[in-house]
Every structure is written in C-alpha cells, then in structure tokens.
Write a protein that binds this ligand. Structure first.
Ligand code: UD1
Length: 419
C-alpha cells in the first residue's frame, strides 16, 4: 500500500505554481460531450479524478489525447448514453455527465455516484431540476433511466440550496435546449463561471447574473473551442495553510487571489503576512499563529468547505482556541482523529470543532479518510516533530497533482513509499 513518509519540523519556503482546478476541470470535461467538434482544454491537472472523467469520455465514444496539461477531446464520435457503474463509482462528480449526456443524446443511463466519505451527498436537487427541464427519470434497482421525450425544455428552477453540482448539471442539460432556463439560488463558485465561459466560447448563451441567478438561453448546437481551466483555489489554500502551520514563506504563482479572500483574511487576522498582487500570493509566517477566527464554511463567497480541513491543521498549532463550524457537509471532520493522534486538542460537537492550540504536534501513523482530510494530515505532518506516515493516499491523489513533489520543492521532507 502506498503511503507518504514525512519528516516534519521544517519551515516551508519557495515558489510554487498552482495546478489547474480539479473542480473546474471536471465539469468542463463533461461539457465537451455537448460539443460536436474538437475541444482543446489547457491546464488540466494530472489527477486520478481527471483520469476517471477521461475514462468516461472514452467509454461514451470520444477520442481523448493528453499532451502535458492539455487535453484534446473530440466528441463527434459519441455512440453511447450509458455510463457503467464501475466508472460512476470512481468519483462523486461523475454525476455531471448526466446533464451533458442528456443534453447531447436526450437520454442517459447511470447509477448514482459513489456514496461519499464526507456526508450523505444526495442528488435529489440534480434529479428534480432535470425533471423540471422535461426529463423523465425512472429508478430501476439503482439504475437511473433518464429520457427527455420532447428534448430539454427551458424552465424556471429555484434551488433550495445553492448546490454546485446541481447548478452545473442544469447548465449542461440546458445549454443546448429549447427556450430559456433561469436558475435562482444557483451556486456562485468560481468553477461555475469557468464552466459558463467554456460553454459560451462554444456558442452557448449563458449569463451569470451575480445575484445567484443563472440564465441559460438554449441554443441549437455548440462548436469546438479552446479553453483554459482556472487555477485550483483549494490547492492554493492548502499551500497557504502549510506555510502558516510551518511558519514558512511561500510565493504562490498562477493563482487568483480574489477566489481566496476568506481563507487569506483568516490567516492575516491570525498574524501571517500576506501580499496578493496580480496572479500571485505570498504568505510569510511571523511566529506562532494566533487562534483562527471566522472559519464557518458557507457557499461561495463564504469560507470554502474544501479548505476547512487543511486550515484546521494550522489551527491545531495556533495560540488560543479556534472554533470551526462546518455548514456544508455533515461528516467533514474525519481528519480530526488523525490530528488528535498527532497531539492536537480538538473537541467535536456535531458541526462545530473546538481546537485548543498546542505548541507542538508529533509525527504519527495516520490514515487519510478523504481528499482534503488527507491533505490536512500532511499539513500537520510538515509542522510536526518527528515522522508522520500517511496511509490511504489515493484520496490525496484524487485532487493534488504530484503532491509530494510540490511540497518537496518547498523544502518538505516527504517521500512516497509502497510496502
Ligand atoms: C462540489 C465540489 C466539492 C465541494 C462542494 C461544496 C466538485 C467536483 N466538488 O461538490 O469539492 O466540497 O461542491 O462546495 O465540484 N446536496 C443535496 N442534494 C443535492 C445536491 C447537494 O442535499 O442534490 C447537499 C450536499 O449533500 C451538501 C450540499 O448540498 O450538503 C453541498 O453540495 P454541492 O454544492 O452539491 O457539492 P458537490 O457539487 O457535490
């Protein structure tokens, strides 16, 4: 089993280019299904989740070529509308293929995506929204048979929660459709803008209104394009957390500081020196962090739930008591037991974590239980005294490109080993 061995206690410093966004790339890859032509997509990170999306594209009949971080997808040859269970179970976000396959073929057959490690993650909002757009969905022993007998027809949809995936699925299903779809209380995450930019550059007519409304005027077809995926704000938040936890000095390049406002203000209030200009962020430790305030996860532009775990790792070493509230997912503190094993003082009560900062963490043998939780253990490991071994690192490989190389380039003593 592969694992990371980290000899901690070194301040991380240096420059690092932030990878393309996982959550930005996946819906864009799904969107390529809608296009009867060639899409060239730059800044696609090397991740197992991206590999899983490529496998789905190939299964559907697309030709996909990778050259460095550029994927070229030709969907002209699509000849299927089903996705087998084994591919759906690979990753949760395979659900966005439902909207794009329906938009392209008028049909889709797939099971619900893998039950996830951070909460129930139902897909009721995806399904009810697609039904509002004219899709008939039948659940046959766990397989969702979807069909739009009269095509996708524009409609008014109000989401009860601004679900990222449901907003993306609505955009994907209705980009090529009859009429206009208006989504109220849509997600406002930057990845939604990235998807709209991609679709609009293919000839779609989508407006992100800024007040939580997305208006999609259906068009009759989409053409090929070239697009660059936005930088990964969660990978950036992980580097920021590692710099703060180790009292380091890191310059992030190819990043959008405006997407990280809430994370940066938490660390700047806690004493880190932060400079953001152009597409760079520099974070420099100024001694021990003060307790972290304002970590209450919310839909964008609130504090991102995906950054909660690595930020908690830094909070473990802060001077004072930090309180973290997780409002998005119900089981997203699974990294806490690993951190406690390393010496952290954390109490969890439902969706609230109370972290009494300690002066030192100590290396331990820990297991990643999910993607961001895994990165939190690594952040703690970089700051801890002694050796940390992190198992189940396939979770980390889902979302971080060459994790150990990136952190080693910043001075971390980390290697990947297989037993
Ligand atoms: C996306 C991100 C994930 C991030 C999350 C919240 C991708 C690939 N993943 O996940 O990294 O943590 O946004 O920012 O982009 N919900 C329902 N019913 C639904 C859909 C969602 O109840 O039909 C609930 C979820 O259980 C969760 C909340 O809504 O509690 C947010 O989920 P959602 O925004 O849909 O997250 P994802 O799109 O799955």
């Amino acid at each position: 089993m592969e694992h990371f061995i980290i000899n901690g206690g070194k301040a991380l410093s240096g420059k690092i280019r932030v990878q393309g966004s996982k959550n930005g790339a996946l819906p864009v890859l799904a969107a390529a299904v809608l296009v009867k032509g060639q899409c060239i997509i730059h800044n696609c990170p090397y991740l197992t989740d991206v590999d899983a999306a490529v496998e789905i594209l190939k299964y559907l009949g697309c030709t996909v070529k990778r050259e460095s971080s550029t994927l070229t997808i030709d969907s002209g040859t699509i000849n299927r509308y089903d996705i087998p269970e084994v591919l759906m179970r690979e990753m949760r976000s395979s659900i966005v293929f439902m909207g794009s396959v329906l938009g392209r073929t008028g049909k889709a057959r797939m099971c619900a995506p893998g039950g996830c490690e951070i909460g129930l993650r139902p897909i009721d909002l995806h399904l009810s929204s697609l039904e509002t757009l004219g899709v008939c969905i039948t659940n046959r022993m766990g397989v969702l048979e979807c069909e739009a007998p009269n095509g996708i027809i524009g409609a008014e949809i109000t989401l009860s929660f601004p679900s990222v995936g449901a907003t993306e699925n609505i955009m994907l299903a209705s980009a090529v459709s009859k009429g206009t779809t208006t989504v109220t209380n849509a997600a406002r995450e930057p990845e939604i803008d990235c998807l709209a930019d991609f679709l609009n550059s293919c000839g779609a007519d989508i407006h992100i209104c800024g007040d939580g409304r997305v208006v999609i005027n259906g068009v009759s077809s989409l053409h090929g394009t070239e697009h660059t995926v936005l930088p990964d704000r969660i990978a950036a938040a992980t580097f920021v957390s590692a710099a703060a936890a180790t009292n380091g000095d890191i310059l992030l390049q190819s990043v959008r500081p405006e997407h990280l406002k809430t994370v940066l203000s938490v660390f700047s209030d806690a004493g880190s020196e932060i400079e953001a200009y152009g597409d760079t962020i520099r974070i420099k430790g100024r001694g021990r962090l003060r307790m972290l305030r304002g970590v209450r996860t919310m839909p964008y532009p609130g504090f991102p739930t995906d950054a909660q775990a690595p930020v908690m790792a830094a909070a473990c070493l802060a001077d004072g008591t930090s309180i973290i509230v997780e409002n998005i997912f119900e089981s997203r503190f699974k990294h806490a037991p690993g951190l406690i094993k390393m010496g952290a003082k954390i109490k969890i009560e439902d969706r609230v974590a109370v972290i009494d900062g300690v002066e030192r963490l100590y290396g331990a043998r820990v297991e990643a239980t999910d993607l961001r939780g895994g990165s939190a253990l690594a952040v703690a490991g970089f700051a801890a005294q002694g050796t940390t071994r992190i198992y189940n690192i396939h979770h980390i490989d889902r979302g971080y490109e060459k994790f150990e190389n990136s952190f080693a380039s910043l001075g971390a003593d980390i290697i990947r080993k297989s037993d």
